[in-house]
Design a protein around this ligand. Structure first.
Ligand SMILES: [Zn+2]
Length: 306
């Protein structure tokens, strides 16, 4: 798929490919001087969380705005895949995970001949940053996200959403929820050199009285659903799917990363378990999006018929 980076405004092409059992989710950065560089999508590789989740290594940042494609892969139950990009930032597409889900559908997913592995939460771990709070705790029913937001902006206000994650529910309830922002913040980000690619094409923008996008919202509570999307993507950096519940109040990328790092740092708080379901990988290579490459397939932005 091809699109622009929301922060850089630069064009970039993203290609999903298969990966072997236990490989996890791996970004491959092409188009650099010299050879391609790989970075594993894990919490240790996070180098910044200010406006988006940025992965890198000793030599600096490699991949910015990783969270939405990671959310799509984790949300759709893909454990092993390569994510190749030829620029520094994952394309923002329409600000949601819909185009990535469409790409996964197009590529296809294969079941691999091995047991699926998970990180099971054994005891609660929490973190606070300012007035935001996040906690991971044991939960017997797979992975649950419980997300609350509370914005002074009266149009956004208080919203909460709880979901027991499955590919079906992710696709129907979460994948299409777009990035959102307040007009005052967008102006501030622009002046700081961020969000240069942000527009009504990829962001739901609010002022104090209304949503400014003429097409309206995709869900009445689209903002909190997008926060759930970000949680799924940020927690994908555990490296394995989680068995547990995550609660966040007024959270964001920084909080999600802090809670996940606190969990991983405490070896008594989790263990790796094997499940009955086999692992899955994205199969083949697909390029889709607004600038169709190789005449393959366009991202679908159809109405939500669920
Ligand atoms: Zn997001």
């Amino acid at each position: 798929m091809a699109g622009v980076g929301v922060h850089s405004g630069l064009p970039v092409t993203l290609t999903l490919g298969p990966a072997p059992v236990d490989a996890g989710l791996i970004f491959v950065r092409t188009g650099l001087e010299g050879c391609d560089r790989e970075v594993q999508a894990t919490a240790e590789q996070v180098v910044a969380t200010e406006f988006a989740t940025v992965l890198g290594d000793r030599d600096g940042p490699l991949v910015s705005t990783a969270e939405h494609v990671l959310a799509a892969l984790r949300g759709m139950g893909v454990d092993n895949a390569t994510i190749e990009i030829d620029g520094p930032e994952v394309p923002i597409m329409d600000g949601s995970a819909a185009a990535f889900v469409a790409a996964i559908d197009q590529a296809g997913v294969v079941t691999q001949p091995a047991q699926r592995r998970y990180i099971q939460i054994l005891k609660p771990v929490s973190a606070s940053i300012g007035d935001s709070f996040g906690e991971l705790r044991p939960y017997a029913g797979g992975f649950r996200a419980e997300v609350e937001i509370d914005f002074a902006n009266p149009v956004i206000g208080k919203q909460s959403y709880t979901i027991d994650l499955s590919p079906e529910r992710f696709r129907r309830e979460i994948a299409r929820a777009r990035t959102f922002g307040q007009m005052c913040d967008v102006a501030r980000l622009w002046s700081a050199g961020y969000a240069l690619g942000a527009s009504f094409e990829n962001t739901a923008v609010f002022d104090d009285e209304r949503l400014l996008n003429v097409e309206g919202l995709r869900y009445a509570d689209e903002c909190v659903r997008h926060k759930v999307l970000d949680v799924v993507g940020d927690l994908a950096l555990a490296g394995l799917p989680l068995l547990g519940a995550y609660r966040s109040v007024r959270g964001g990328h920084k909080l999600n990363h802090a809670v996940l790092s606190a969990l991983l740092a405490d070896r008594t708080a989790w263990r790796v378990v094997e499940g009955e379901a086999a692992r899955r990988t994205a199969r083949g290579v697909v390029e889709v999006g607004s600038g169709i490459v190789g005449g393959r397939v366009a991202a679908a932005y159809g109405p939500d018929v669920s």
